[in-house]
Design a protein around this ligand. Sequence first.
Ligand code: BEZ
Length: 326
Amino acid sequence: MPLKKLLMTLAVTAGIAASATSAAKELRLGLIVPGAHEWSKAAVAMGEDLKEKSQGKYTVTVFPAGQLGNEAQMLQQLQTGALDMAFMTVAEITNRVPDFGAIFAPYLVRDVRESGLLLNGPTAQKMLERLPREIGAVGVGYGAASMRLMLNAFPTNDVSDIKGRKMRITPFPPLRDFYRLLGAASTPMPVTDVYDSLANGQVDGIDADMELVWRMKFYERGQTLLYSSHVMFPVIGLVSARVWQQLPPADRELLAETAKHHLNGLFDSYMMVEKEMAQNIQGTKVDVKIVGPEFFGDVLDEWEKIWLERTPVLAELRKEAAALRK
Ligand code: BEZ
């Protein structure tokens, strides 16, 4: 090949390589949960899947354990476009869009499987449409953690035993109301501080889930595990609306589909993880008490009354949940 032609060929090839590299996009995804948590595993699996399906155009770098800040800070970063994606608790969203609080109605669903059906139903899906306008991020789908329960450092035989106790909660209105109605002094606290706080008596009990109790070894500090499954605890996949606007429509679809697939996979995995962890806990010194709505008595009606006045979404979700059981 003549030298001039060879140089031109090399230049063209280098140009193609350079434009492919510049078109490639790294998506940074933040979470507050540790790397070993099921949500982080789902985020990593989503990234691998997206890279393959986009033939390397998109890669995802996962930042677990609050490396990029707490959820309120990550939400701000999504708004400015400083962060591309997050897998975030729906609890944090309720602090900005109070209607999401209806999702945390006690005994709205019986288990994680039902939560998957309800969150993929019309009301919860329609709520996703509000997010770009109200929080500056696009909601691409829901997943879940295992159902909420209490791990208490005191014997818990009756609902009155919770009265006056200092209970760790994730700070957001529906749960705060629940514990207020139970007569407890709710103590807002991130998951990372729970172990020591239970150990040193800063709190008497915690609102948590089976995965946290087992994998973060909280059970070592508890006496009674009230296996109440009182509330679901979903996660939502968010993409910065600013970043979203810059993506071609086909890429948006690919990203949304891939994220939703891996988030929805959590509904299946937690049905197994929760069972497995519950069996593990049975082998410890912790007294496991399985209780249902009857344990909480009038508190549930009082909660319902407050929240039916607060948002029309609750009645819609209750109707859909009832239809799932027919
Ligand atoms: C919690 O605050 O209890 C929590 C946060 C993230 C995932 C699961 C639980």
